[in-house]
Design a protein around this ligand. Structure first.
Ligand code: HSE
Length: 434
């Protein structure tokens, strides 16, 4: 890596909420940042889509030609904040080919192209950092990639999407519907006008692919991360969870078991005493379990211009320090490709509610179905409802495939009137690690 000249020169791609806060800090806190880096950190150019003046930025620094900016040869660190895969991928690759290090907050880019971008960074001997791409301001990637790199991470369990966490939290507090809470989130600016990526779980899946790569030092294709969203969750589900001492949250999990590695996103029942149950509103919370370190909890703002700029600036300072020292700290080269286990083979505890006729022998029939498919029961509770009863069952760890077989067979029993609810339960892991 080439050493920065007398100052570290930064090119900013994009001037939205995060870009504007980052630019403001670079000028407003220039002395402080220079002291931390060991050289002045200068904004050398800002690329925007259409020509315009930017508050606090000299017009001469503003350009619409992002490619010319990143390849002009005197840029030390390119900060990509335009989002989306293209043209961000082309620009980031061109910047690294031209010898610049890259900071990005772009989760879609890193989830889909991150492994290739790591390769380019290594080949070019430049830095690539993206702390802001997962969980905004919450320091998570650097702890996984540096502080815990000598340990063995077993599992990362996270609430990594603030929009869905806000919606579910509001539904809990108000007893209202998904649509009502979504509209409120949109009114407050917590949800996009098109909330699809958030409410389907796709946004969280991209983040879990990135986390799984760093946690397990492996290539993890984002397309292999199973995800389910929250659009089907209603006030009845939330009330039922509360009656069972739980909250429902959209949870991302990546874990390593003796059977392999999984990464997935889906709603889960979380017992109130679990640390993730206390992650409220738009906050993100991530529990990392490592063999030696044990449980580590990270919590904070997962989005927002100012909060996210904190992570971007941290990356800028780190890569700028490398530049000043003339040292190369390229990102990890993942040591293997880890195919993820298909969701059908992933084991969880499950919570199942069903309406049954209230007569003798029904409970034993139902329990027999679970036993036939090797699904062990942790608790069974019956609530009488006149001629019918509600059976509420919590299983021990069972695969999705086994549970689907159980449900299919239960539905054939004349005494089972319907399966009213089925949701996975988040428990603290107890089984040995492979
Ligand atoms: N829309 C995301 C969230 C933030 O709600 O957490 C950006 O990934």
């Amino acid at each position: 890596m080439k050493r920065a000249a007398d100052a570290v020169r930064i090119a900013l791609l994009g001037h939205g909420n995060v870009g504007a806060e980052t630019a403001r800090a670079l000028s407003g806190r220039a002395e402080e940042l220079a002291a931390r880096v060991g050289a002045p950190v200068q904004l050398a150019g800002v690329a925007v889509r259409g020509p315009r003046s930017l508050p606090g930025i000299d017009d001469a620094l503003v350009t619409t030609d992002a490619e010319a900016l990143v390849t002009r040869g005197d840029i030390d660190v390119v900060v990509e904040l335009i989002g989306g895969v293209e043209p961000a991928r082309t620009l980031v690759a061109a910047a690294m080919e031209a010898g610049a290090s890259v900071v990005t907050a772009n989760k879609a880019l890193i989830a889909s192209e991150g492994v290739d971008l790591h390769r380019i960074a290594r080949k070019q001997g430049v830095g690539l950092a993206y702390e802001a791409a997962v969980a905004g301001a919450v320091p998570l990637l650097r702890p996984l990639n540096q502080s815990l790199v000598g340990d063995r991470v077993r599992r990362v369990t996270g609430i990594v999407n603030g929009t869905t966490n806000y919606i579910l939290d509001r539904m809990s507090a108000s007893g209202g519907t998904f649509q009502g809470a979504l509209h409120e989130a949109q009114r407050l600016g917590y949800a996009e006008a098109d909330p699809t990526a958030d409410v389907t779980g796709a946004d969280a899946a991209a983040k879990m692919a990135i986390l799984a790569r760093l946690a397990f030092d492996a290539e993890v294709p984002v397309g292999d991360v199973h995800y389910e969203g929250i659009t089907h969750i209603g006030p009845g589900d939330i009330a039922h969870a509360a009656a069972n001492g739980c909250v429902i949250k959209l949870v991302g999990v990546c874990d390593r078991t003796p059977d392999g590695v999984s990464a997935r996103v889906h709603p889960m029942l979380i017992p109130l005493e679990h640390p993730l149950a206390g992650v409220r509103g738009v906050y993100n919370g991530i529990l990392v379990e490592a063999e030696a370190a044990g449980e580590l909890m990270f919590h904070g703002h997962g989005a927002g211009g100012l909060a996210t700029s904190s992570a971007v600036l941290g990356d800028i300072v780190e890569l700028s320090r490398d530049r000043v020292a003339g040292r190369v700290a390229p990102p990890a080269g993942f040591s293997r490709i880890l195919p993820l286990r298909p969701m059908a083979e992933v084991a969880n505890q499950h919570h199942l509610s069903m309406l049954v006729t209230d007569e003798s022998g029904v409970l034993s029939q139902v329990c027999a179905v679970f036993a036939q498919h090797g699904v062990s029961l942790e608790t069974v509770r019956q609530e009488g409802l006149g001629a019918e009863a509600q059976l509420v069952v919590a299983t021990h760890q069972a695969t999705d495939a086994a549970l689907a077989e159980v449900i299919a067979q239960l539905k054939t029993l004349p005494t089972v009137r319907g399966i009213t609810r089925s949701i996975r339960i988040l428990q603290t892991r107890k089984e040995p690690v492979g």
